[in-house]
Design a protein. Sequence first.
Length: 258
Amino acid sequence: MTITTFGTERLAGINKPGFHFLASKCHKCGGVGGFSHWPGFTCWRCGGGGRDPKGDRTLCFPVSFTDEQVQVELAKRQAAADKRAAAKSVKAQKDAVVHFEANLVALPVLAEILARVDASFDAEQSCHTLDDSFVVDVALRARHSLLSERQVETLGAAWERFLVWEAAAEPEPEPFPEGKAVTVEGEVLSFKWVDSQFGSTLKFLVKGKGWKVWGSCPSTLRDVEVGDRVRFVANTEVSNDDPTFGFASRPRKGEVLA
């Protein structure tokens, strides 16, 4: 007799007289024999049968149990498992708080490191863009695990090296190039068509060394793309609100830099 219960299959006595066995569902495919995100593919673990193939998850019940008794017993076991999992989760959360506070005491700069790591998270790519995978990995681990003394020392030294490298990699900021017939050189950040009473004008934003300039795009640069480096001549004026931002007018002699 074969009886289906909670997506599993109850089998007649196997290898043990006087008992029925309930083979649990495959934990890779959830007992369906395949994968919703891979239509047409058969589960490699259970071969499409949906049952646990290794027997390590097979449950044993007395042969006298009815289907209802099997269901009640399964519900009890699941409730007990859920209770253990909840208790384990609560304990893990409490331990994580204790471990994190201890890590902060051992390495006060950890708060600064985690702030930078969190700020570097790219939601679209689902990854951190901070240019030091070791710092990211150990800092995130410090949120829930107690770091060893060696890990604390290594993380602190790695963060200091990263800050030195970051400072060396950033160009020295320069004052905004204000004046008439000023040569502007920088990286194109964006384009935008702007409508006015005189028609539509293509504007673009260019980033230099520590400053940005917004203005009309010269006709010779209309084929460039975001990220290209360009040079052009224009009359520029710094913003009243931000000394690192300004505006360009009458742009000319535009050229793309290699």
